[in-house]
Design a protein around this ligand. Structure first.
Ligand code: 5GP
Ligand code: MG
Length: 175
């Protein structure tokens, strides 16, 4: 149970803050004169999204999707389904996907294939954490705050069994 779990600090709230500000600045510059649709993948990305949008100097549309993938709690399999699909019209819009973690890339790959059918003007990816070594799909991550190997992390919106989302830093969780 939770008493056996160990949290080791990886990134402090100050380190995260610096990165999210940097990304917000970059996104504001890249989408100048545009109004992108930011699609945040729930639940893990809600804190990240909240920090990013408050440092933007451009207007955006905010949308949420929720995708579940079958597999164990700590890894995802290739089978994904929508708990909540995109409801705003993204045809001819610039889409920026906001993800918490991209690991194997299964979830993102599924989602990208789905939104491409709606013919957006462009699609870019913004991730809090990029686990590059475990990637199984050829994906370009346009903006990312941190790269890690295969640590399992929690905090800053990320959970383990719905626990630890409230922590302001990012921690490695070990048994
Ligand atoms: P993928 O489909 O890329 O293999 O897995 C991506 C999803 O798995 C992430 O969006 C996240 O929900 C979950 N995930 C992957 N690694 C971690 C991790 O270290 N911590 C947490 N809390 N979730 C993770
Ligand atoms: Mg996720």
């Amino acid at each position: 149970m939770s008493t056996d779990l160990k949290l080791t600090p990886l990134f402090t709230k100050e380190q995260i803050r610096l990165k999210t500000r940097e990304i917000a600045k970059q996104v504001s510059a890249d989408y100048r004169e545009k109004k992108p649709v930011l699609i945040a993948v729930l639940k893990g990305s809600f804190v990240f999204l909240a920090d990013i949008i408050r440092d933007l100097s451009i207007d955006v549309t905010v949308e949420f999707v929720q995708i579940s993938s079958y597999g164990s709690a700590k890894t995802s399999s290739g089978t994904c389904t929508f708990q909540k699909d995109v409801t705003v019209d993204i045809h001819n819009r610039d889409v920026l996907v906001i993800e918490d973690i991209i690991d194997s890339g299964n979830t993102l790959n599924f989602f990208l294939n789905h939104i491409k059918e709606r013919n957006p003007a462009s699609i870019r990816i913004c991730a809090l954490i990029d686990k590059t070594v475990r990637r199984r799909h050829d994906l370009t991550i346009d903006y990312s705050c941190f790269e890690i190997a295969n640590e399992f992390v929690v905090g800053y919106g990320l959970d383990h069994d719905e626990q630890f989302r409230h922590l302001s830093g990012i921690y490695e969780l070990t048994a």
